[in-house]
Ligand binder design. Structure first.
Ligand SMILES: [Zn+2]
Ligand SMILES: [Zn+2]
Length: 96
């Protein structure tokens, strides 16, 4: 699937401590060995804010990405379909 890397407010942390921990807490998946970007072999190190591309869903989601891909703000990237999109809306997740 394609997602757009948005300029997430990395300073605006949730209760989980980091957005990567937030993803781990709510994805029901273990952290993949590699960044989910299709051709990337780096380790996923950060929880990145993304939106679904070509969708009417404008919600913000968290996925794990390597630092290189997390740095590509505003770009659309192709990621593995198996990666879980975790809502970045804390009122629906850890802020309950
Ligand atoms: Zn959280
Ligand atoms: Zn990557």
């Amino acid at each position: 699937m394609k997602v757009k890397n948005i300029n997430g407010t990395s300073s605006n942390l949730c209760k989980c401590g980091s957005w990567l921990e937030h993803w781990k807490n709510f994805s029901n998946q273990s952290l993949p060995s590699y960044c989910p970007e299709k051709n990337c072999l780096n380790k996923p190190e950060v929880g990145a804010h993304v939106q679904k591309d070509s969708s009417t869903d404008s919600s913000w989601y968290i996925i794990p990405l390597c630092k290189t891909h997390n740095g590509k703000k505003g770009e659309t990237i192709e990621v593995s379909d198996s990666i879980a999109l975790v809502s970045a809306n804390v009122s629906k997740t850890c802020g309950k």
